[in-house]
Design a protein around this ligand. Structure first.
Ligand code: SF4
Length: 371
């Protein structure tokens, strides 16, 4: 590994520990307060130093108020709510092209990415809601294993088994120090608690992987890191910096986890070939020499919808993020929704470049999909 990169990746004794989110406010709903996993969450919350913990008399969360929208947003983002996932959210949904099924350990994320995909998919105040009925959430793994239309039985991806995606509506590693839910899920699936043939997958922009390294993961959880060019990283407030994410990738790969790159959202910024080339080379150097490396890549270009743009401009009114409909192509879904993607020529350039460069710089990586 080049000395310069080694310096950036190695975490010497004096280097900062992973940045861990500490909520300013914690609220616990009445139903959640009765569940045993809540006791563990509260223990962790207290260890983190939170003193503002409110036990609600009912199950309904009210949206935090502020003098301005910005204040209300900031208060919501600083709030962790411990809630019970309702029955409607316990039924896993298919989630192509990532996985057979989606399982939600939480909804919401404490980070401040100015392009956040949750803006278009979650409504209401951006409170991070963590689920106390963890057993209910994980229970469908046993009944759904063997069923699915994305990886189960697929010629190319069938080796992954029946896959359960944990990071659709949250960044599970970003809140793991406060919940422990991820470690429970990884250990149970890894030790066959729900039978054989299931695997978990999640993607993260955080780096606090230490508590996961010694878990009995059984190679059944693929940990992917959301990586990007330095010019895009500046839109990702409250997350771990890129060298720390790449270092965390190296450490989980060394611990025997299957790993992956979620290169997203790809943006054709000026000089994008150089910037993304540097990223791929940094990853290649970090993973060099790791025995039995199982590496995948998923590449997702930036897109937005009219509603996600509205929400994001409300949250980040001064953002420099390009969301100009005129320079995009409108793509309609079969349900009539519209999303704005890059024009065909740009997509062709990006797709061709990533296909070629992944093959050249990370020849061991399997590209799972491009979108
Ligand atoms: S880390 Fe992911 S979920 Fe969290 S704010 Fe950023 S894009 Fe959204």
């Amino acid at each position: 590994m080049p000395a310069q990169l080694l310096n950036r990746l190695e975490r010497p004794v004096s280097a900062p520990a992973p940045r861990l989110w500490v909520p300013k406010h914690v609220v616990v709903t009445r139903s959640a307060a009765e569940l045993p996993h809540t006791a563990e969450i509260l223990r962790r919350v207290e260890v983190a130093g939170v003193t503002d913990i409110d036990f609600l008399r009912a199950d309904r969360l009210t949206s935090p108020k502020g003098e301005t929208e910005r204040e209300a947003y900031a208060r919501a983002k600083a709030t962790l709510a411990v809630v019970v996932a309702p029955p409607s959210q316990l039924k896993p949904q298919p989630i192509p092209p990532s996985a057979d099924w989606r399982l939600d350990l939480a909804r919401g994320c404490p980070a401040h990415c100015q392009y956040c995909y949750l803006a278009g998919s979650l409504s209401g105040a951006p409170i991070t809601r963590v689920y106390a009925n963890l057993d209910d959430i994980l229970a469908p793994i046993s009944t759904l294993t063997g069923h699915g239309t994305v990886t189960t039985g697929d010629a190319a991806r069938g080796i992954e088994g029946t896959t359960f995606e944990l990071s659709c509506y949250t960044d599970p590693l970003g809140i793991e120090h406060l919940t422990g839910s991820l470690a429970t899920a990884i250990s149970r699936v890894g030790s066959g608690f729900y039978g054989d043939g299931a695997s978990l997958r999640f993607t993260t922009k955080f780096d606090a992987v230490e508590p996961l390294l010694e878990l009995p993961h059984g190679g059944r959880t693929r940990i992917r890191f959301s990586l990007n060019a330095a010019e895009v990283e500046r839109f990702e407030g409250g997350t771990a910096r890129m060298p720390q994410r790449i270092d965390a990738l190296r450490r989980v790969a060394q611990a025997g986890y299957p790993v992956g790159l979620t290169i997203a959202p790809v943006m054709p910024i000026p000089g994008w070939q150089d910037s993304y080339g540097t990223l791929l080379s940094d990853v290649a150097a970090a993973l060099d020499g790791i025995p039995d490396l199982d590496l995948t890549a998923e590449v997702i270009t930036h897109r937005f919808t009219p509603s996600s743009k509205d929400v994001l401009l409300n949250w980040y009114p001064r953002t420099k993020l390009e969301m100009d409909e005129a320079s995009r192509t409108a793509k309609r879904s079969k349900f009539g929704g519209v999303k704005y993607v890059y024009p065909r020529e740009t997509m062709t350039d990006l797709k061709g470049w990533f296909g070629e460069q992944l093959g050249e710089r990370l020849p061991g990586a399997r590209l799972l999909y491009w979108t």
